[in-house]
Design a protein around this ligand. Structure first.
Ligand SMILES: [Zn+2]
Ligand SMILES: [Zn+2]
Length: 133
């Protein structure tokens, strides 16, 4: 059982079971939300995650403010990103690896949105996909 918490501790969570993937996302939006060069995501089914505490949701919409495609959920107190829901693949979530209590077992195995990758980032030996996170 993986456990985690936001920076301030108001939100804690448990993530059970096997992961679908551990994906590095280089997209511009993940760079903005994380403040870093990419996000590290534990991709799993929604039913595997139990969140304790209140999350606020930022809905990302397409170019014309049309359909929601990502719901980014974060701690309203400290702003730590906790989990994103991928609206185009209902039931699939991406838990942010940086908020795990124990990050020693995190093992990214795919990277996506490499079109937005910072030129100084080089992650050898990982599969590449151009799909959304
Ligand atoms: Zn917090
Ligand atoms: Zn992304």
């Amino acid at each position: 059982m993986r456990t985690g918490h936001c920076l301030c501790g108001a939100v804690t969570f448990e993530l059970a079971g096997d992961l679908i993937a551990t994906a590095i996302c280089h997209c511009d939006h993940c760079q903005r939300q994380s403040g870093g060069a990419f996000s590290v995501n534990l991709v799993a089914h929604e039913s595997q995650l139990t969140v304790n505490g209140e999350l606020r949701t930022y809905e990302e919409r397409g170019e014309n403010n049309d359909d929601v495609y990502v719901r980014r959920k974060f701690c309203p107190s400290c702003g730590s990103p906790i989990v994103s829901e991928l609206a185009k693949t209902p039931g699939v979530i991406a838990v942010k690896a940086g908020v795990l209590d124990d990050k020693s077992a995190v093992a990214p195995n795919v990277q996506v949105w490499c079109v937005d990758k910072q030129p100084w980032v080089d992650l050898p030996g990982m599969a590449v996909s151009l799909d959304r996170e």
